[in-house]
Design a protein around this ligand. Structure first.
Ligand code: HMG
Ligand code: MG
Length: 298
């Protein structure tokens, strides 16, 4: 049976914008987040406290978190790769933080300059300190359905990293198809491998739409019991350390799918489409959401 309701984590302001070549002004980021919240979005990954030399687009994270309206029951989170990032996130009063590991050794090296094992060692004190400060931690696993450098990734390897993050104290594990090469059968098998040691209610699907399979993968994930999905309004984004990867699945498309299946999202689709149009206009290019495009053509 499909869930009655899903949790949608809007990652566009982080995963989407991190890959933009020209710096998006802080005021535009803040306005976009306000519009997303106005559409009913309740979880927003708003920033990344990573090295500004590695990802210059995220350098204004503290300012973004300072300027957005708070206290409307919305959970604002940020990526943190180490204790330095966590301290910045706590100072910016993030409601949640996320550590990010990979299921591929080469990707781990290219993305965070260390091995998988080193990254997990580095995350343990980050998770402990966050929890001690009353801040929940999400854990990402990247390259769960393929790596830009290593190709196929073993589901057992994904499950092992996911389990380590869960045991460390991450309350939710987001399974990232970083390069969008996943297909429904592989997605289901990978989820089943992870669900052996992590409750399926603690798993989230994070699909990129590079090969156009994201919505099919989400349907397979729903059938496998997943009820949390990451997406990006207008489908913007990618990963700067993943050559050729395009954006996350568009939030508009996920919301449309869910509503058509009778699954509540808490999000108002027309208002979300407007929010997606806002950021597409800022970036000066058409939306990557099929649903937004079809709606506008009507
Ligand atoms: P490093 O060079 O090994 O780190 O980078 P370091 O500790 O030697 O520090 C180097 C410099 O960075 C120092 O500054 C540090 O102070 C600074 P310098 O002395 O040269 O002036 N630094 C920091 N500055 C600000 N905030 C920090 C921080 N830490 C160190 N937190 C590091 C290691 C992890 C820092 C670097 O590799 C990095 O920032 N990587 C981030 C990469 C990234 O953000 N990738 C995109 C997100 S992952 C993704 O998109 C996938 C996902 O969406 C899921 C999916 O799709 O699969 C999550
Ligand atoms: Mg991603």
């Amino acid at each position: 049976a499909l869930p009655d309701r899903v949790k949608i984590v809007e990652v566009g302001p982080r995963d989407g914008l991190q890959n933009e070549p020209t710096f998006v002004p802080t005021a535009s980021k803040v306005e976009w987040i306000g519009r997303l919240v106005g559409a009913g979005v309740k979880w927003v990954e708003a920033a990344a406290f990573v090295s500004p030399k590695w990802v210059p687009q995220m350098a204004d994270g503290a300012q973004v978190l300072h300027e957005i309206a708070r206290g409307q029951g919305v959970v604002f989170s940020a990526l943190v790769p180490n204790v330095k990032g966590l301290d910045a996130a706590l100072a910016a009063q993030c409601d949640e933080v996320a550590v990010f590991a990979a299921a591929s050794e080469t990707f781990s090296q290219k993305n965070i300059n260390c091995s998988i094992a080193e990254s997990l060692e580095r995350f343990a004190p980050v998770v402990d300190r966050a929890i001690a400060a009353g801040v929940r931690v999400r854990g990402y696993v990247s390259c769960v359905l393929g790596c830009p450098f290593e190709g196929e990734i073993d589901a057992a390897q994904v499950a092992s990293v996911a389990t380590r993050l869960y045991q460390m104290g991450c309350y939710e594990i987001s399974l990232g198809d970083t390069i969008g090469t996943g297909t429904p059968l592989k997605a289901r098998r990978m989820i089943e491998a992870c669900a052996k040691d992590v409750p399926v209610s603690a798993l989230a699907g994070h699909f990129h739409d590079t090969w156009g399979m994201a919505i099919a993968n989400i349907y397979a994930a729903l059938q496998a019991g997943i009820a949390t999905f990451d997406s990006s309004a207008s489908g913007i984004g990618g990963c700067p350390y993943s050559p050729g990867a395009t954006g996350n699945v568009a939030t508009e498309d996920v919301v449309y799918l869910c509503h058509e299946l009778g699954i509540a999202t808490g999000i108002d689709l027309p208002a979300l489409i407007d929010a997606g149009r806002f950021i597409s206009d800022v970036l000066g290019r058409p939306t990557s959401s099929n649903v937004a495009r079809a709606t506008q053509a009507r």
